[in-house]
Every structure is written in C-alpha cells, then in structure tokens.
Design a protein around this ligand. Structure first.
Ligand SMILES: *Cc1c(COP(=O)(O)O)cnc(C)c1O
Length: 402
C-alpha cells in the first residue's frame, strides 16, 4: 500500500458500484469536510443525516476512543454498562417502554416488523404491515418491500408477503388498506428519501385514532427524522400522536453505526429470549457513542438551535425561491428541509457541490438539506449565498438550453 494510490481507481476496481460517488473526503470537523485536494465543503447533508452533532465532535471522539481502549464488544449474553444507560435516555425521551439495539435503520425496521408479527400472532393471526407510497424503510428484503417505491423493489421479486400500501397524508387510503389481518401501520413522520414531506397534523392524529379503532399498532420510522433533526427529539412529537414504537438509526451513534427500536410499555416484553438478536447490537462501544450524542444535544441546546437555525435557513430558502420560477416551494420541519423544483434537481446539486456546499437531490424534484444541528448563523448565511449563486447559474443554463 502506498500513500499516493489513486482512490477513485481503487474504488472502481474493488468496490461494487452500488453508488456513484465523486469526492474523496478525508477529514471533517463540525459542519465542514475536506477533500483530498484540501478543498472545503459545508456539509449540509450531515453525512447522510448521521452527523447531527457535527463531524468528529470532541465528546463523541473521546467517548469512542476511551471506550475502545476499555471494552469494545461483549456478547449480549452478558450485561454491559452502557447499553441500559443509553436505553434509559432513549426511553425517557420517548415512549416509556424498552429498547432493542441493532446496527442500522433497515435492521431497526426489520425488528419492528418482527415485533408486529409476534404481537399479531395471538390476535387472530395479524401479520400484515401497511406502509406508505414514496416511503423509505431500508434495503433488506422485508424493508425494501415495506418501502413503497417500485425502483427499490425492482429485480428482487418475489418479495416477502405481508405488505400493503396506502397514500401518505390520506387517512381514508390507510383506513381502506387495513383489514383483519393487519398488525401495524408504519409511517415516517417526515418522509425523507421520498422528498422531505412532513405528515399533516390531521393525518398523524387520524392515524392514531384509526389504529386504536382497528386494534392495530402504529409505528414511526424516525431513522432520519429522529435525534433532534426536526427540532424535537423525534418527529412524531410535533403531532398529536403517540406511536406504539419507533425505529432509530442514522444520527443515533453520531457517526458510529447503530440502530434501535423503542416501544411503549405495552410492547416492552413482546420479544422474549430467543425471539430476536444481534451480535453487534448495543455494544459498549456503540452505546458510548450514543450516550455522548445525547449529552451533546442536551448540553449544547441543539434542539433549540435546530428550531432557530431551521427557521432562519427556511426563510432564506423561501426568499431565493421567490426569485426563481423553477423553484416551486420549500418544505420540511426544523433542519430537515427541501427546496422543491418544477424539474429534476440533480444539476443544481452538482453546481452547489462545485461551489462548496453538499446537498442531495431526492425524490424526483426535491433538493434535500440535512445540516448538522450545530450550524450557526454564519454557516447558514454562507450556505444561502452558495444556494442563491447556484440557482442563478442554473437559471442561466436553463435559459440557454430552452
Ligand atoms: C436511511 C433510512 C433507513 C435505512 O437505514 P440504513 O441504516 O441505511 O439501513 C430507513 N428509514 C429511513 C426513514 C431512512 O431515512
């Protein structure tokens, strides 16, 4: 191995082409990352919704480093000191029941699906899960089937049985998708990959009502909208709706991979020994990272900062939108925001990247922003400058083309 190897060539030769990456990023600090040539970028994607406390937060770095030197892994056949402590922090901020730890968002949703089936078994054999069109729940076979997007499912048929789809923000559609075999409804409080679409207050309140009437569980996938992203700990907390369980991952470990589900007390003991497991779920190392993340969000007032910076950033985006006909609106919640175009947003994403801002085209026409919750007014102002510049440049290109 030598230091001057061409990373892009190496990647193309040895890594499966499931992504088409283009920058070689080598260092990060707070809201910023640097590429191999030393160019600086404002990371308004926070990795991919992962670095809510920013890149390499000193408290997360120290927690991981210290724990790594002490005890990285023990089997879940033994207790470890950090797992129940992190579980308490999550449970007390949400649903009051218990946690199960895993390693990713897909695995967290997979755990919810298994929990629903086990719960439904003794209730007349309920097993079906109703999910929303345009949702995203992961890439395992069960979670890609839960994901209401054909492009994610294509080629992997036959898909597992037991999933039905309804329209997001359409309560009647959900009601008619529920039958006497339905165990649960799974919904994102803010659809992320689907284009940053928040649930309406009527939809979330109505879902709780309908699920209670039908004797069906209600699950929220908070993998992207959780851990302070929307200005509250979890997205559902903006609504008059308390789900029976939530799925967490992305920002949970501050960059260290981990996932979890948290349930209400009624569902806390559905899983019994032997029902579910994970080799790496809730290791002392992962949970040390998770505890540090919660400490940082709490001590640095990041929920409040997410709300304040979210309002500021949104106002700036609205202002830019008003200057360009091709921007049709701004939507989102807290620091989970999207600029919506009347055409594909990919070219604008590329222009912004060239100017030093990382964002991501999502859905068909949305440009998604998920800045770290540690952004300050200067970061937001600088990002808005780049976005305004990029939209102006895009307008000129489009004019030339037409
Ligand atoms: C990213 C994401 C997932 C999948 O998480 P992985 O860690 O990639 O498995 C699931 N649900 C939502 C809402 C997500 O944003």
């Amino acid at each position: 191995m030598s230091g001057d190897e061409n990373i892009v060539e190496l990647h193309r030769r040895y890594v499966m082409p499931t992504y088409s990456p283009d920058l070689v990023l080598v260092r990060g600090k707070g809201v910023r990352v640097w590429d191999q040539e030393g160019r600086e970028y404002l990371d308004f994607l926070a990795g991919i919704g992962v670095l809510n406390v920013g890149h390499c937060h000193p408290r997360v770095v120290a927690a991981v480093g210290n724990q790594a030197a002490k005890l990285m892994h023990v089997s879940n056949l033994y207790y470890n000191e950090n797992q129940p402590r992190l579980a308490r922090e999550l449970v007390e901020r949400s649903l009051g029941g218990k946690c199960f730890f895993c390693n990713s968002g897909a695995e967290a949703n997979e755990a919810l699906i298994k929990l629903a089936r086990l719960w439904g078994k003794d209730r007349g054999g309920r097993y079906r899960i109703v999910t929303m069109r345009n949702s995203f729940h992961g890439r395992t076979l069960a979670t890609l089937t839960a994901t209401g997007q054909e492009k994610v499912q294509k080629g992997f048929e036959p898909l597992p049985d037991g999933f039905t789809y309804a329209d997001f923000n359409d309560l009647e559609s959900v009601r008619s998708a529920i039958d006497d075999r339905t165990a649960a409804v799974l919904v994102e409080s803010v659809q992320g990959e689907g284009g940053v679409v928040p649930a309406t207050p009527e939809f979330m309140a109505g879902l709780r009502r309908v699920c209670d009437q039908e004797g069906v569980l209600l699950f929220c996938d908070e993998v992207q909208s959780g851990m302070g992203r929307t200005g509250k700990w979890f997205g559902y907390q903006h609504y008059d709706c308390i789900p029976d369980a939530i799925a967490l991952a992305k920002a949970l470990g501050g960059g260290f991979p981990m996932g979890a589900i948290v349930t209400s007390s009624a569902l806390a003991d559905v899983f019994q020994p032997g029902n579910h497991a994970s080799t790496f779920g809730g290791t002392p190392l992962a949970c040390a990272a998770g505890l540090a993340v919660i400490g940082v969000i709490e001590d640095e007032g990041l929920l409040d900062n997410a709300r304040r910076m979210g309002t500021k950033f949104r106002a700036g985006l609205e202002e830019i939108a008003s200057r360009h006909e091709f921007v049709t609106g701004i939507r989102g919640l807290g620091l989970m925001l999207a600029m919506v175009f009347d055409r594909p947003a990919k070219d604008v994403e590329i222009i912004m990247r060239r100017k030093g801002l990382l964002a991501l085209a999502t859905g068909k026409t949305a440009l998604r922003f998920l800045p770290p919750l540690v952004v300050d007014e200067d970061d937001v102002a600088r990002a808005l400058e780049i976005i305004a510049d990029s939209c102006r440049e895009f307008a000129q290109i489009e004019k030339r083309v037409s």
